[in-house]
Design a protein around this ligand. Sequence first.
Ligand SMILES: Nc1ncnc2c1ncn2[C@@H]1O[C@H](COP(=O)(O)OP(=O)(O)OP(=O)(O)O)[C@@H](O)[C@H]1O
Length: 594
Amino acid sequence: MRDTFRAFATTIGFGFRAAPWHAAFQIVTEIALGLVGPFTGYSMKLLLDAVQAKDLDLALVGGTVLSVTIAVLLVAMYYNAHCIFTVIERTQALADRKLMTLIGGIDSLAHHERPEYLDQIYRLREERESLAEMTNASAGFVAALVSFAATSVLLAQVHPALLSLALVAGISMWISSKANDIRVEAQEETSEPERLRRHMYDIGTTAGAGKELRIFGLTKEIVRRHHETSDLVLSARNEADWRAARLKSIDALINAAAFVGAIALVLMLALSGRATIGDVGLVVTLAVEMGMVVAGTVGYGGDFLWTLKQARRFIWLEQYAKSAVKATADPMPAPKRLGHGIDLDAVTFHYPGTERPILENVSAHLPAGAVVALVGENGAGKTTLVKLLCDFYQPDGGQILVDGEDLARIPTRQWHQRVSTAFQDYAQFEFQARETVGVAVTAKIDDDGALNGALARADATSIVEALPQGLDSQLGTTWSEGVDLSGGQWQKLALARGLLREDPLLVVFDEPTAALDPQTEHALFERFAAAARAGHDQGTVTLLVSHRFSTVRMADLIIVLENGRIREIGDHQQLIDRGDLYAELYELQSRAYR
Ligand SMILES: Nc1ncnc2c1ncn2[C@@H]1O[C@H](COP(=O)(O)OP(=O)(O)OP(=O)(O)O)[C@@H](O)[C@H]1O
């Protein structure tokens, strides 16, 4: 209950924060509109009674009530529509920013990788518009309830038995909410196949998979899979719709019976002289109005509950974001420089929600100022170790020690500020070139000297020089005057981004040069290694993950991982002398290049 209230308060708060006056005015006008139906019925009653009694005064009162009601209707309708759009637009923008801040700001990566979290995040992203709907749903729901109350009072004045219409309306709302639950449940249960269906659609329609789709003639297969998954999703939802429709038809029958009963009752009352002709008009109008009130309450109530569901997901995300912050019982700041280095002390790890250990008992000393290479076959656990060193995940067993202190004690955000990275799956920021590189240290976006220095270290100077407006060029052909770059050029800019930070304690290159030829990669890393060794005062550890042994060989220390365990460790010559896996793989690659 507390969570529900919190979810409601949070999302209605979005509306009032994004557009306070419009939100307040929307609620007022919505309630005014909700009263139009009952007041129209009442003025009709007055007018009919006035005609029957030939009472001019009563006719004037009835006419005035009707005129005011129509005026309120016209004015409120106009402002209400304006408020609805303004509130939704502004709230949507605010909710989007909140989602971006939460999803992108969580220290861990688990919510991007675990299926149960992905479903939640997927639904939140898909249904993000709902987060902006709370003001609208609440205003509509409150207005429908006010209308319901006013209609009930007017009906009771004619005859208390007519309140059975209100009772039936209550039952109707209950049935409709059950029908709505059935639909919502089906949507939730088909969340994963729906994600798969979307994945197929994305594969079939975006540029990323375009080349392989054509070469492998995959389009037909992807369309078939999309069809298969669609059938699964749609048949489950269709079945739920039928069940909901069966409930709704029972509801319709009850309503029809109540409507006929109410008209019969008021006619009997009128024929026996206990009700006026105006009462008959009033009951007919209000019986119809009651149907609309029920539809409104159910519709807005459904929107309200649906919005509440998304709001609860949002609260889940907020709580998850808080819980994903590493528990640092005895926090300490990251050291200014590394004197000793980083130690892996019997590190063991399995991904949350899985059983298989990916790293087992990994121990190694990464000396301050050293260039360390991490090699091993696909799936050996190299990237996983990198994720642990970047503090995206924490070890299940053992410790990572930074100058002898447990990394668990350093708050993740602080550690991230002292880590520089370049990954194989780099982000393609389609901004101006200076921003594409400069986002690594936003304070340096306008510092041409720093940007050019990083570009030079990444061997990317010529790429930017060839751009029409140099650093100010817009990247990405989907933007006006935007220019596109090759995969290797994008990767070099990502590398420059990784090299912009001046005081990192750990620099990680996880196959960031896979799109470059081996000679270029080798030359680049020779340069990084020289720079890393020259920058001993900072004690930075440079960690390089590569499958190219020509590059790896110049590292001070090479760690060979196999099935999540360290198979060998040493420098190039030591490992060659041992004649084990490294020597074998090195020989194989050298032979291929001879
Ligand atoms: N998020 C995840 N959840 C569960 N298992 C994962 C996850 N990420 C990776 N794995 C598993 O962990 C193992 C090691 O993966 P990792 O990416 O660390 O290997 P790698 O040595 O970097 O491989 P490659 O050279 O192919 O990049 C693999 O078996 C992989 O399936």
